[in-house]
Design a protein around this ligand. Structure first.
Ligand SMILES: Nc1ncnc2c1ncn2[C@@H]1O[C@H](COP(=O)(O)OP(=O)(O)O)[C@@H](O)[C@H]1O
Ligand SMILES: Cc1ncc(COP(=O)(O)O)c(N)n1
Ligand SMILES: [Mg+2]
Length: 497
């Protein structure tokens, strides 16, 4: 609930509330509350019906202020109630266990009572004097911190919060900030949300998984091409790529390099496409719907690699993310040993980014990659050698799932400087179900690039999309199962914490 947006139609200036909400979500709002103090029942219902699909398309929960009956009528995710509104326990009885119920509180006693009555989260404030009520600071930072310590449900701070005043939340233990005018009175709600969200993530650390908002409907969606192998079980390879691209609201194209007979337990057989046929697929795509970015996955042999490299060179392809797939999560080899040279000589030089896991980085760098120091050393060595960006993924490490990104001077606009590194850290999700994580990550990065994001931004967004897919807890198959590419589209039953 990092950036919780409470609607207000006081500053529309010709814009509509759905437009502003879509902008807020595109900028990083993670929760929407419809708040209408003076509207009629029918107006609130109509607004809710417009806003709900926008929120749900982006995986953002939608609740309504006070109006429990309307929340039930329209099927909202829940309600937010104040101390003098419907009691939390009554709202729970009316809306059921699956609903999200938030309660406004100002003291530890109220907070404990709300939690005991079944609240899912608390809103605490007002924290800052507002221009209309300059002296009315209702809740001090100290009381806010006491409240956060007293309950185990998430708490959001509210009341006069703007980018410049978010500091009052520091070290309090809150999960996020609720804002009204900082978003809805802004000229550019998306830009406002982006700066609020950036400051909150910086202050509160990491940030919850933010699903990249979908691009608006238009006649020409950016296309993303996946050049990779098919995984019959649907969790990795071309299938993971298509699902990832579709989940990002973009248009997926494919050139299949090989078919695998595969499931969560292993790869049973591989049938390579002929180099000529692979080239024909790529030519057909570029002659008609040229992709804005390309992800390359499994390329099983030197002749396949040559064909892909020749075709991409012919078309002067850019924005290439190369996942140098060598071994499947299940342990099966997916590339001939003698093909590694072809990969190094022909394909890596075309890539903007390569994304080896630790064993693959070891093969490419020629030294052991066992810990974070090795990861960083390999990333820098490879970025130096190939002049492209390098993400050495840490999924095979022992502690957290930390990846290191090495950026060559061409990516940092720091001519004269050397390779710069930056770490993308996330906790390890406690699961065996990681089939296709590498495929998914590289496709998601290509999606960011296709939408015009920078490389670092694309990698960070992709990592948080991947975390959502892992955390969704899909559990299919007897081996290392697939992740949930569509996690952000599931109806939210619970407050994301
Ligand atoms: N259990 C996990 N929890 C969180 N992130 C993970 C987990 N396993 C892998 N990852 C992440 O998934 C991505 C793919 O990592 P990795 O497993 O190293 O590559 P590959 O799938 O190519 O073998 C990386 O961003 C890594 O940090
Ligand atoms: C066809 C195909 N391509 C790639 C992978 C790698 O999977 P992972 O993303 O788990 O490394 C795979 N298992 N199958
Ligand atoms: Mg991989």
């Amino acid at each position: 609930m990092r950036l919780y947006a409470v609607t207000d139609r006081a500053w529309l200036n010709g814009r509509t509330l759905p437009e502003l909400v879509a902008d807020a979500i595109a900028g990083g709002a993670t929760f929407i509350q419809l708040r209408e103090k003076h509207a009629t029942h029918d107006e609130i219902v109509a607004l809710a019906r417009e806003l709900m699909p926008i929120c749900h398309a982006a995986g953002v929960p939608f609740v309504i202020d006070d109006e429990v009956e309307i929340a039930r009528e329209v099927g909202a995710d829940g309600v937010h109630v104040g101390q003098s509104d419907t009691a939390c326990a009554d709202a729970r009885r009316l809306l059921g266990d699956g609903a999200i119920i938030g309660v406004s509180v100002q003291t530890v006693e109220e907070a404990r009572a709300a939690q005991a009555a079944g609240a899912d989260y608390l809103g605490v404030g007002a924290l800052i004097p507002t221009p209309t009520k300059p002296d009315a600071v209702d809740v001090t930072s100290e009381e806010l911190a006491r409240i956060c310590r007293a309950v185990d449900i998430p708490v959001v701070g509210i009341g006069g919060l703007r980018v410049e005043t978010l500091d009052v939340l520091a070290n309090s233990g809150v999960d996020g900030a609720a804002v009204v005018s900082a978003l809805f009175a802004a000229d550019d709600a998306q830009a406002a949300a982006r700066s609020l969200r950036a400051r909150l993530d910086e202050m509160l650390g990491g940030g919850e998984s933010a699903f990249p908002a979908l691009p608006p409907a238009c006649a020409a969606l950016p296309a993303v091409l996946a050049i990779a192998g098919s995984d019959s079980s649907g969790g990795a390879g071309i299938q993971a790529d298509i699902k990832t691209v579709a989940a990002h609201g973009l248009f997926a194209e494919t050139a299949v390099t090989a078919l695998t007979a595969q499931n969560t337990m292993g790869v049973r057989n591989v049938l390579e496409a002929t180099p000529t046929f692979i080239a024909e697929q790529i030519d057909a795509i570029f002659e008609d719907i040229p992709p804005a970015a390309i992800k390359i996955g499994m390329c099983p042999s030197a002749p396949v690699i040559e064909a892909v490299a020749d075709a991409l060179t012919r078309w002067s392809a850019t924005n290439i993310v190369l996942d140098p797939v060598m071994v499947a999560t299940s342990g099966a080899r997916l590339i001939a040993e003698d093909a590694v040279h072809a990969l190094e000589d022909r394909l890596i030089p075309l890539a903007r980014l390569i994304t080896p896991n630790m064993p693959e980085a070891e093969v490419l760098a020629g030294f052991e990659v066992r810990d974070e120091k090795d990861q960083e050393r390999a990333a820098v060595a490879l970025a130096d050698r190939f002049g492209c960006a390098v993400l050495v993924k840490g999924g095979h490490g022992v502690h957290d799932a930390n990846d290191v990104l090495a950026l060559p001077p061409t990516e940092t606009a720091d001519v004269g400087a050397g390779v710069r590194t930056t770490w993308l850290r996330s906790p390890r999700v406690d699961t065996e179900n990681t089939h296709g994580t590498g495929c998914t990550l590289s496709s998601a990065i290509a999606c960011g690039l296709a939408r015009g994001l920078g490389l670092e931004e694309s990698v960070a967004a992709a990592k948080s999309y991947l975390m959502g897919a892992l955390e969704a807890g899909l559990n299919l198959g007897a081996g290392s199962g697939p992740i949930d590419h569509m996690w952000a589209y599931r109806p939210h039953q619970k407050v994301p914490v």
